[in-house]
Design a protein. Structure first.
Length: 220
């Protein structure tokens, strides 16, 4: 399995350069053909190349996180402040989508970890909730805990995910709806970050909606 992973990394690295060059050539053609019948087709080609490059970037990021190298930079992280900052940053994004984002029941809690990765984790969860739910959905972030554990919850009141599809949603390249753009790596990246921090991620039925729950060892 290690050899296969290394081989996949090498392939992704070697393909990224030619694909980026191909994307650049297609973009150049699209600019020169702005008023031609081929304009729409070339624009679609550029967009498809961008999605493939995004996939390579996500895979590289996932492999980096799963490699445990980021543990060397761990420090104490104020989770309550991090949650407040991310929610404030994404409130406008939610409003622009016709949704509502809020934070409540936030306790003071510190964990050992990488602040940038934990921020990315929370951003991914909130953006997923905004992207994959109908207009008018409310997403709520809460932070609770005990003496030993801090529990982060991201819950929406959208249509949710059927219990029998929870495992598929967590799987790499798991796609519940082929009509929605994406690589199916969002929750895989989140889960990798959680496991790097010795945490646990699980999905629950919020009735209505979906609740994603993450527990981390608590420093204080």
């Amino acid at each position: 399995m290690t050899n296969l992973q290394h081989g996949a990394k090498d392939i992704a690295h070697e393909l990224r350069g030619p694909l980026a060059q191909l994307r650049g050539e297609a973009a150049s053609l699209a600019r020169h053909a702005a008023d031609s019948p081929q304009a729409d087709g070339l624009a679609a080609l550029v967009a498809r190349a961008d999605r493939m490059l995004d996939l390579f970037t996500s895979l590289t990021r996932l492999w980096e996180i799963e490699g445990d190298a980021r543990r060397k930079g761990f420090g104490t992280v104020d989770v309550a402040t991090l949650v407040g900052d991310v929610v404030e940053m994404l409130e406008t994004v939610a409003e622009d989508a016709g949704d509502r984002l809020s934070a409540n029941q936030i306790v003071s809690a510190w964990v050992l970890g990488d602040a940038n990765l934990l921020r990315q984790m929370l951003v991914n969860l909130i953006e997923n909730a905004i992207r994959h739910t109908p207009t008018g959905t409310t997403t709520t972030v809460s932070l609770a805990g005990s003496a030993d554990v801090v529990v982060l919850t991201v819950q929406d009141d959208g249509p949710g995910i059927a219990r029998e599809h929870h495992a598929l949603a967590m799987r790499k390249f798991g796609r519940l709806n082929d009509q929605v753009e994406g690589q199916g790596l969002g929750l895989s990246l989140v889960d990798a970050i959680v496991r790097l921090h010795d945490g646990t991620l699980w999905l629950e039925d919020a009735a209505p909606g979906l609740r994603l729950v993450i527990s981390f060892p608590r420093l204080r």
